[in-house]
Ligand binder design. Structure first.
Ligand code: UT7
Length: 330
C-alpha cells in the first residue's frame, strides 16, 4: 500500500502532423491496405519530421499535460521518460526535455527503457518516488520516434509502428484509495530475441557490414510475440484485479498497449470485458511503443470516457519481453 496516494493531475499527448497511410506504404513495399488492416487493425500512423526528435514530441505532450494540470514546469521536481528511441545514446532524453520545458535544476531527470511497457514501468517508478515523500510533483512521459529504428524494407515490422508522445503529471493526495491503486510488473528475459535490435549496442557495435545488413533495425518474430502478448496481458490484468479484490465488471475502461487490434480483441474475450470498455486508437497511430498508453489515456480523458470515481486498467507488453498492468481510480 502506498504511504501517500499518487494521483494523475493532468494528461497531454502529441502526434506528428505527417500521416502515413497503408496505401502509401504499399506503393514502395509488397503489402496492401487490406493485409495491414485485417492482420493488425492499423489504417495509418504518424511519422515525425526529420528534424523532429523524440524530445520535441515529448516536450509538446508534457506541456499539454502541465497546462491540463494548471501547473508550471518550475513546480516539477521529478521527470521520468520512458523511451527506447532517445535523441542521443547519451545523455538521457529526460535532460534534453528538462531544458526544453524549463524544469528546475533541482528536478531529478532520467530515462527508463522497458520498451512498449515503458510507460507503466515509469508511472510505477514515479509514483513510488512520490510516495516516499521525497518528491512532490512528477512528469511521466512515454515518447518514441520508432520510424528511425524500423527497417523500411521489412514488411513484417515497418507497417506496424508509428511516432508520438504522451505524458501525465502526477501529484500526491491525502485521500486514500485514489489514484494509482497498484501495479503488476514483470519480464521474460528468456525471450529477448523475439523482438530486438541485434547491433548498435555494447555487445555488438554497428559496423559498416552490420549497417549494410540493416542489423541496427528492429527484428521481430511476430507470431510468437503475438501469442506471448495475449497470454501475459491476460495474466497481468487478472493478477492485479485479484490483488485488489476487483471484478472485471468494476473496470470502466481498459487502456491496453496499442499493438494490434486482434491482440486487444483476444484480451477482451479472455477477460470477459466487452470491447466497448476498451479504448482503441491503434487504427490511427499504429504501435507507438512507450507512447501508446499515455497517448490513448489522454484521448480517453479528453473525449469524456473517464469520470471521477471510475477505475481504469492499463495493461501492456513489449520487447524484453516486459509486461505490466496498473489500476487507477479517478
Ligand atoms: O509491442 C510489441 C510489438 N509487436 C507486436 O505486437 C507484434 C505481434 N504480432 C502481430 O501483430 C502479428 O503476428 C503480425 C501482424 C506481425 C503478423 O500477423 P500474422 O497473422 O501472425 O501473420 P504471419 O506473420 O503469419 O504472416 C502471414 C503471411 C506470411 O506469408 P506466407 O509465409 O504465409 O506466405 C508473411 O510473409 O503474411 C506475410 N506478410 C505480409 N503480407 C503482406 C507479413 N507481413 C506482411 C505485410 N503485407 N506487411
Amino acid at each position: 500500500m502506498p504511504t501517500r496516494s499518487t494521483v494523475i493531475l493532468g494528461t497531454g499527448s502529441y502526434a506528428p502532423e505527417r500521416v502515413l497511410s497503408n496505401d502509401e506504404i504499399s506503393q514502395t513495399l509488397d503489402t496492401s491496405d487490406d493485409w495491414i488492416r485485417t492482420r493488425s487493425g492499423i489504417r495509418e500512423r504518424r511519422i515525425a519530421a526529420p528534424n523532429e526528435a523524440t524530445s520535441d514530441m515529448a516536450a509538446k505532450a508534457a506541456q499539454r499535460a502541465l497546462d491540463d494540470a494548471g501547473l508550471k514546469a518550475t513546480e516539477i521536481d521529478l521527470l521520468v521518460v520512458a523511451t527506447m528511441t532517445p535523441d542521443l545514446p547519451m545523455p538521457a532524453a529526460a535532460c534534453i526535455i528538462q531544458r526544453k520545458l524549463g524544469l528546475p535544476s533541482t528536478a531529478a531527470c532520467f530515462d527508463l527503457n522497458a520498451a512498449c511497457t515503458g510507460f507503466v514501468y515509469a508511472l510505477d517508478t514515479a509514483c513510488a518516488m512520490l510516495s516516499s515523500g521525497r518528491y512532490q510533483k512528477a512528469l511521466v512521459i512515454g515518447a518514441e520516434k520508432l520510424s528511425t529504428i524500423v527497417d523500411w524494407q521489412d514488411r513484417t515490422t515497418c507497417v506496424l509502428f508509428g511516432d508520438g508522445a504522451g505524458a501525465v503529471v502526477v501529484g500526491v493526495s491525502p485521500e486514500p484509495d485514489r489514484g494509482l491503486l497498484g501495479t503488476r510488473l514483470g519480464a521474460f528475459g528468456d525471450s529477448v530475441e523475439l523482438l530486438y535490435i541485434s547491433h548498435g549496442g555494447s555487445s555488438s557495435p554497428s559496423t559498416p557490414e552490420s549497417i549494410a545488413r540493416r542489423e541496427h533495425c528492429m527484428r521481430m518474430k511476430g507470431k510468437e510475440v503475438f501469442k506471448l502478448a495475449v497470454r501475459v496481458m491476460d495474466e497481468a490484468a487478472r493478477d492485479i484485479l485479484e490483488q485488489h479484490h476487483l471484478h472485471a465488471d468494476q473496470i470502466s475502461l481498459v487502456i491496453p498497449h496499442q499493438a494490434n487490434l486482434r491482440i486487444i480483441e483476444a484480451i477482451s474475450e479472455y477477460l470477459e470485458i466487452p470491447m466497448e470498455r476498451f479504448f482503441v486508437n491503434v487504427d490511427r497511430y499504429g504501435n507507438t511503443s512507450a507512447a501508446s498508453i499515455p497517448l490513448a489515456l489522454d484521448e480517453a480523458r479528453r473525449s469524456g470516457r473517464i469520470k471521477t470515481g471510475d477505475i481504469t486498467l492499463l495493461v501492456a507488453f513489449g520487447a524484453g519481453l516486459t509486461y505490466g498492468s496498473a489500476l487507477i481510480r479517478w
